[in-house]
Design a binder for this molecule. Structure first.
Ligand code: PHE
Length: 327
């Protein structure tokens, strides 16, 4: 009897291990433990046994049955979770957006801004960002552009209220720097500016500028020239030189338009000049003691020149085919 049970149990365990589906397992279980199952038959046969053997045999059969029940239950649970997993895997939905198969990268404008900031900080300039939403005072008044000044027309500005506007130039950063720091000072102020221009190949209503301001005793036009010459060599090639053309800005006197030479000729890169005495005075700096120069370059313009981007709108279009080239 004991022998018979062991053979049956061992055989059954092997078969359980071989079952690959819950259904096969169920069929096996019925064959062994079901109403007409092999073990059930042994259990039924107990009643024909001699009285003295029956209790031991009964104990053995029942133990075997319980052991097999446990085996079946464990195997059923394992199969069920495997089947569930397979089902879930098959139904898996990818909810992530297709990134186009690439990692993002910094925008060419950001890269250029960083390069230019690094260039100036290496020469002792401090980066001073200033607000994009400004008051009339910082954008115009303090820059020597009084209420009726025609220069307000040129930079048709986005006004929020009569006195609050989106800055049209980073020159606002000059005033804020002079308010916070006493000379000698040497700062750059990069960031977005806004003008109500219709977008075309050379205009976008928002673009980035980078302002520079140096104030100390004895600062002269030659200091401006030296600083910008170094800039031109760094960004337009070792043989690049700068050319100053007379110009006009209310906040500088004299004022210049600056061109840099590159392989293909002269390209206009920025406006600059010696800080107007009125501007220094309004910011509480004595123009008889201190002098300074200021410049303001279009970061978009510089970036587009260097990368030969022909249309000013392209960098704002978020076209991955364009952006990917700078990663
Ligand atoms: N703010 C001027 C512009 O936007 C540029 C400039 C800056 C000119 C500093 C002179 C000095 O056109």
């Amino acid at each position: 009897m004991q022998e018979k049970i062991r053979t049956l149990t061992d055989g059954c365990k092997k078969l359980i291990g071989g079952c690959e589906t819950a259904r096969a397992l169920g069929e096996l279980r019925a064959r062994i433990l079901g109403k007409n199952g092999e073990l059930t038959a042994l259990l039924k046969g107990l009643k024909d046994m001699p009285d003295d053997e029956r209790p031991t045999a009964g104990k053995i059969v029942n133990e075997a049955r319980e052991a097999l029940e446990r085996e079946f239950a464990a195997a059923a649970a394992a199969l069920e979770s495997a089947e569930l997993k397979a089902k879930l895997d098959a139904e898996k939905i990818d909810i992530t957006i297709d990134s186009g198969g690439g990692v993002g990268s910094l925008h060419p404008l950001t890269l250029m801004r960083r390069r230019i900031c690094d260039f100036f900080t290496a020469q002792g300039f401090t980066v001073c960002e200033s607000p994009e939403i400004e008051t009339d005072y910082y954008n115009f008044e303090a820059l020597n552009v009084p209420a009726d000044h025609p220069a307000r027309e040129v930079q048709d500005t986005f006004f929020i209220t009569d006195k609050i506007l989106l800055r049209s130039q980073t020159s606002t950063g000059q005033i804020r720097a002079m308010e916070k720091m006493r000379p000698p000072l040497k700062i750059i102020s990069p960031g977005p500016v806004y003008r109500s221009d219709d977008p075309d190949a050379t205009h976008t209503p928002m673009f980035h500028q980078l302002e520079g301001l140096v104030i100390d005793k004895g600062i002269a036009m030659s200091d401006l020239k030296g600083t910008l010459d170094l800039f031109a060599k760094e960004f337009f090639g070792e043989n690049s030189r700068t050319r100053f053309r007379p110009s006009y800005f209310p906040f500088t006197e004299p004022s210049v338009e600056v061109d840099a030479s590159s392989g293909s000729g002269w390209i206009e890169i920025l406006g600059a000049g010696m800080v107007n005495r009125n501007v220094l005075r309004m910011s509480g700096i004595d123009p008889d003691v201190y002098s300074g120069f200021a410049f303001g370059m279009g970061l978009n313009r510089i970036t587009n020149i260097i990368h030969a981007v022909r249309d000013a709108r392209i960098p704002f279009e978020n076209d991955a085919r364009f952006l990917r080239q700078f990663g």
